[in-house]
Design a protein around this ligand. Sequence first.
Ligand code: ATR
Length: 306
Amino acid sequence: MSEPAELRASTRFCAVYGHPVKHSASPAMHNAALAQLGLDWRYLAFDVHPTRLREAIAGAQAMKFIGLNLTVPHKLLAVDMVDMLDASAQTWGAVNTVRFEARNPAGEWQPLAQLPPDQIHELRSVGFNTDADAITRSLREDLGCELRGARVLLLGAGGAGRTAALKLAAEGVAELFLVNRTASKAEEVAAEIRTRHPAVRTEVGYPKSTVDLLLNATSLGLKPEDGSPLDEVAFPLPRARAVYDMIYRPAETPLLRAAKAAGCKVANGVGMLLYQGAKALEIWTGQPVPVEVMRAALLKNVYGTA
Ligand code: ATR
């Protein structure tokens, strides 16, 4: 991997804002890609309290940052803090990527990456969401899952579960079974899918027969003492062809361990993290990005190994 050049007065910046943020793997992943692309940019991380998010976004804009990533707990708050929402942020109701833009001499809005800082005057912020596409890209590339016409069991109906359910429905899955500890939340998500995607058969509860994919979008499995989010009496694992856990730390949750032992194809959520980052960098740079360099840097940062 190429060494990053030294910091200069002309170096440009991107950053991730979170609270907390110190365990974020995004700086490692993005800086590796920036070095590979030969860009004189750096990607930083800032712990921003949600009450200061508006100021922090305005500050980055004033300093002509190229863009920002936003993570927990900022993604919903930022919807009302950017000047414009791209279609992706409108669809998913959350912003995880901000691109700063300025008017070029012809009066058209252009990403800051394409303009020299001394020619930047009028600025605006545009919110994007790269999380939802990253879910389906990871399911396809890391698990070989064909989603159109698939039967899917989805565990979890919080923020991540709702987005996953809506994205899977938009991809044309045939049947969606939703299970959540708080059943009323699964009912709410099911009702939203029946309205927005009436062709998808949506039920709350475990299916009686096999599924092509079991997807965990609950947070159960993050802590060392956690068990599996699946009730294996209601749904024995051999009934799932593939199992995806959105959790990536630890690399193997109790659910994935059991799924592997049952002979299912398995993948964890590190691919989601990778693809949301790759898409954000594409949005900022306007060019293809070195995904494999990003993957290697991410695996090294999270697991200490590529
Ligand atoms: P995120 O944005 O990561 O989705 P969230 O909105 O807080 O976070 O959702 C967390 C999800 O994990 C929910 O589906 C939650 O279930 P509830 O809706 O019943 O709270 C699920 N979850 C968290 N802890 C759990 C536990 N101990 N057992 C089962 N499900 C759990």
